[in-house]
Ligand binder design. Structure first.
Ligand SMILES: *Cc1c(COP(=O)(O)O)cnc(C)c1O
Length: 219
């Protein structure tokens, strides 16, 4: 049962990290079951899917965009998104700011950091993230708040490698969180999925993104 799995994971998290139920590809009936079990944070990786589901739920649901975000799609989620986990460029932050202004909101964003030992197009290096957080252009983005970092560990059975990657991300989080600027308010470290959320929790995660361990595998 979805409710049992949510409760079990919540008890493992011991209020140290918050659970985001990753509902991508799942129909709204499944989200409703999670909602009825008390879940109030949903994570989606596609803009269109999230925008379609969001109006079908009460306003107390938090919507977390965890997948890659294209600049031209920010407008579809700007009115309601709670946290964008996947910002990785100044250009994207500028667009988020522009859309946030239209809705008179401040939108929280995490910088996605590349920590895995895998080929991927997405995520910033540590140096790139530091440069971005020091960029003068951020002063022109009053409707964006950078609330922390997100990362995906390597898909591997080697737990020591996963732990090393999460530990490195936590160290970067602690370091970059020292940068004092009005738009930087580090308070969330988004790391951990179904296969590695226990390790992530031990290494200081504040937000785990769990899909298949709650809902079963995606087809
Ligand atoms: C799909 C996804 C998850 C959840 O993956 P599971 O292994 O099903 O828990 C977490 N984070 C991101 C960025 C994802 O795309």
């Amino acid at each position: 049962m979805i409710a049992d799995r949510i409760r079990l994971i919540e008890s493992e998290l011991q209020n140290k990290a918050k659970l985001i139920a990753v509902t991508k590809t799942k129909p709204v009936e499944v989200l409703r079951e999670a909602y009825d079990a008390g879940c109030r944070r949903f994570g989606e990786n596609k803009v269109q899917e999230m925008a379609d589901k969001q109006p079908q739920f009460p306003a107390d649901v938090e919507w977390h965009l965890i997948g890659h975000l294209q600049t031209n799609k920010v407008k579809y989620i700007a009115s309601f998104v709670t946290l964008i986990h996947s910002t990785d460029s100044l250009k994207l932050l500028q667009e988020v700011n522009k859309q946030a202004v239209k809705h008179n909101r401040i939108i929280d964003c995490l910088l996605q950091i590349y920590i895995a030992d895998e080929e991927t197009k997405f995520g910033l290096s540590a140096d790139e993230a530091e440069a971005l957080l020091n960029a003068p252009e951020l002063n022109d983005l009053p409707n964006v708040r950078i609330a922390g970092l997100m990362g995906l560990a390597t898909h591997t059975d080697d737990e020591s490698q996963i732990r090393r990657e999460f530990r490195g991300l936590k160290q970067l989080y602690d370091k970059l969180g020292q940068i004092h600027r009005p738009m930087i308010h580090f308070q969330e470290l988004s790391m951990g999925m179904s296969g590695d959320y226990r390790v992530a929790l031990e290494e200081g995660s504040t937000l785990v993104r769990v899909g298949s361990a709650i809902f079963g595998s995606r087809s």
